[in-house]
Design a protein around this ligand. Sequence first.
Ligand code: LLP
Length: 382
Amino acid sequence: MVTQFPIERFRDIRTPFYYYDINLLQATLASVNKAADAPAFRVHYAVKANVNPVILREILSAGFGADTVSGGEIKAALEAGFKAENIVFAGVGKSDEEIEYALREGIGCFNVESEAELEVIEEIAKRESKCAVVALRVNPNIDAHTHHYITTGLTENKFGIDMALLAPLIKRCVESPYIHFKGLHFHIGSQITDLEPYKILCERINDLINEYEAQGIEFESINVGGGLGIDYDSPDENPIPDFNAYFDVFKKYLKVRPGQEVHFELGRSIVAQCGSLITKVLYVKNGLSKRFVIVDGGFTDLIRPALYQAHHKIENITSESDNIETYDVVGPICESSDCFGVDEKLKETHRGDLIALRSAGAYGEIMASQYNCRSLPASYFG
Ligand code: LLP
């Protein structure tokens, strides 16, 4: 399924902007639903990847829940039509106001990351005469073999509760009249392309379930987080991640108890490939040893290359030349990190050409900023 860019339509639109291929998004959602067909499996979309209302609506109609990390994300999910009970709320730094808001709205679960947070949630629930549904986020100390900025499941990371510190917190949850204890939550990192860490995660979870079951504690739900990676190099060859292989790991290795639910929180793998940042060439600048293509989109529109040394495939979508040339593709922002690609092979490029930065549907538009007093990019759909 290759994204076709409606070039003629693009000519009238102010650049840079995001373009989303809704057919591809729908095909991706169908593929997730097909692969996650086990009765215990529930998929939540990690709203942080892209909160565009059009995208949220598609995801809602495919039957997904929402995984959120702030009051703002909860609001966006509710406004898009997600039911409160299908929204989970994670994050290491939930503010009192966010906890109050989430409790008032009756969200499905707080994924709690520390004892200090648990105390505050309990206190607020007591004050509001409510019962907070809680899962404890466990740090399983697993190396997800991904970029160190987006690995989360190691002891050195700020996320989750160390397994050794878990027992008294579970006890507290089970005994508190203001808490409904739901189960355990895990998330080991993002852009994970080797499935082995997920197998290790299943084994870790099985051990924990056995250990606590022996003490009479049962978990209604196990949330295994998200993190499945995508192919940034070849978006047209691999537009839809291998969801079968991913869900099969959990079907095969996770020992699900009768009546237990298994929750997934996928973000990137659902929305990344359907989005591209479309930007226009302002200048082709010849240096002594380099040729720069200067585009009107910068790291304010797509920050992943500057922040994580990520590479998005770059294509000149309007050049009709057969010549392939080498360029550095850079943005207009006054920082050297505003660079999308070094020594890129592009069709011969001229001022006014349109460039697509592919696989930008996840952590693209939502991470845009207004640095240098720039406008936020608009979005269009096809
Ligand atoms: N669940 C939790 C608790 C998370 O922290 C995340 C992502 C997800 C689920 C969804 O992960 P995904 O399926 O999208 O990998 N801005 C970075 C990625 C940050 C991921 C943060 N947490 C990037 O552009 O690569």
